[in-house]
Design a binder for this molecule. Structure first.
Ligand code: HEC
Length: 90
């Protein structure tokens, strides 16, 4: 570490996993060993394979109208953590 803090260094995949399990797992497959989820919700592992997936893309996707999704208000750093975790599923 050179003391340079970039958003991707600051993000924390472990806390991202926590957020995913708490807020997203009722509909999405958020980890490999999870077996049940809603039919239409894409597994996080496939989100991870989206070209250019990163925290900006995730933040954007979360802003789109989302018929079945509760209104979540995640802050920038929570979204960064989530994006980091999702990328780790690739
Ligand atoms: C109540 C169920 C539900 C919950 C909870 C939920 N989602 Fe979703 N989500 C869906 C469904 C259904 C879709 C697909 C349908 C659609 O596109 O509107 C979706 C789509 C998405 C997409 C868009 C995928 C794409 O490529 O367009 C993202 C990103 C996403 N969810 C992230 C999350 C995150 C992050 C959480 C937790 C913070 C979450 N969702 C919680 C139901 C849910």
């Amino acid at each position: 570490m050179l003391g340079i803090v970039t958003p991707s260094f600051a993000a924390d995949a472990v806390s991202g996993k926590d957020i995913a399990k708490r807020w997203c797992a009722s509909c999405h497959l958020v980890e490999r060993d999870q077996t049940t989820a809603a039919d239409q919700a894409p597994p996080f592992a496939s989100l991870a394979k989206t070209p250019d997936f990163d925290q900006n893309r995730l933040a954007f996707l979360l802003l789109l109208p989302h018929p079945n999704m509760p209104n979540l208000s995640l802050n920038r750093s929570e979204i960064a953590d989530l994006a980091d975790y999702i990328r780790s599923l690739k």
